[in-house]
Design a protein around this ligand. Sequence first.
Ligand code: DHE
Length: 561
Amino acid sequence: MQVAGWFPGARDGRADRAAPRRGAPPGMGRVAGFVCAALVALGAASSAGAGATPQLSDEAFEQAKFIYFDRCSGCHGALRKGATGPNITDETMTKQTLAKLEKTIYEGTDAGMPGWGRTGELTRGETELMAKYLQMPAPVPPEMGLKEMKAAHKLHVPVAQRPLKPLHKRNIDNLFGFILRDAGKGAIIDGDTKELMGIVDTGFAVHIFRASGTGRYFYTIGRDGKVSLIDLYEEKPRVVAEGRVCLDARSVEVSKYKGPKGDFVDKLAVVGCYWPPQLVVMDGQTLEPLKVVSTRSSTYDTNEYHPEPRVATIVASHADPEWVVAIKETGLIWLVDYSDLKNLRMTQIEAERFLHDGGFDASGRYLLIAANMRDQMVVVDTKEKKFVTKFETGVKPHPGRGANWIDPEYGPVSATTHLGEGLITVFGSDPAGHPEHAWKIVRDEETGGPGLFLKTHPKSNHIWTDATLSKEEGANQKICVFRKDDFDAGANCWKATDHGKIVHFEYNKAGDEVWTSVWDKQGEIIIYDDKTLKEKQRIAADWLVTPTGKWNVYNTVHDIY
Ligand code: DHE
């Protein structure tokens, strides 16, 4: 089976989201919604029996395969065995009628699945196609090893030819990397002047940016497994190396450790793949692929083999030369020691299924990560390399990297918002100084609706939340902000846009401005004064195609959130 070409639109690793595929009906180029909180009703068996297995032409099958990859596999997995969304293998799906499946796909469910037709993202024809596709056996995507990765690797600028110091006078610490999701591009913006420094080609529906330990480089990972290395020393930021190490991916991280065990800053990078389920270690300066580690193993609780344990969050430990890697389907946290790749050591910590997103507490010692389908937050001690605890918060916690601050009554706390309800939950996160509150919920408040992200900064009195997933009219266009010194007063909410939806926040380096995105085909960036909550600037431009996530160099290097 061919690796290149498995997913149409991702053929050469330079997928152009705006260009419809062969045979793709209009609409395939539109803004993709949040795929995650997904097809729950599809998992429920219906008493209505189904007919014979549907047949599709090769072209229709390819089209359905791509739609599945683009919209569904994030939640249900390439093999459709379920994770954030339920199992939707053909055995389960043929227990339902095509009409029922179409209704669910088109209308969505109360359990959180977007109505793909209702929101205008799938046509009636595409919905019918997908219902049929789900009743057919899931095609198994090909594997990908070092040979294929080496073939896809491109070193555009060898290290020796890169500038020794910045070729501009900008403040690198305050640069922002912005995702232009459906354009398959990333924008670098000067946080001081608000000028666009440049736009670079990244992967299809690029998912996150990470800054290197020195802050000189940004790494990006596309949903198609394309990884790009962007040099911020250049006058116009440019991709100096790129590669393709998976067919489906969401995470990339760098080696950040410097201490008695060595200096690994900017030495290595790692990509976490959804498919094939594996970790890929690369040279941090060239992206040359070095080592592939499969994540296929057994679930932490039932000890059953899982063929598709996907890599969710990866963070670089501050305690040791290790990556902290969340393996979604097995519910394990791996601490992968990158100091000796030939004799790879790893600690496997039993946590919870299905691990998704998270970040550090303020001390940088504890990983706080959501097991969102079990409604739990999990705490792992990266210094002692041990599971600490897990506790229920609300319906499908989703902290992004999270938010840490000092509560006037409870001391250092951390928080999460939720995909399944408009709720922010605050819990103690200082076991040394405030053991009585550690890992216990100390406050909660309503937000503007089910959301994706929250953010704060040590210098700010505010916590910002979105309601991107809310189905209530206009709610996903609002921002709700809480005060640290008066949290119980509830949120101050306002409508920030009359088009698209608000998603994700990031502070500037000084911690006095907050940047957010209007996620729309023709999107915007809104910059707020954090003290007054007044809008300072709104950037609207042709190049702002579906802006989603954004990262400030300094805050990303230092895990400030
Ligand atoms: Fe994300 C982080 C997976 C849908 C925007 N997203 C992450 C991480 C994972 C993940 C594993 C953590 C990476 C890390 O820290 O190493 N996201 C998934 C999915 O599987 C899911 C649910 C479905 C899918 O098919 O992709 C999904 N995510 C979305 C979106 O729809 C969003 C809103 C827009 C998009 O680009 O598709 C989106 N995800 C983000 C952002 C972050 C993220 C902005 C980083 C948050 C941060 O502050 O670091």
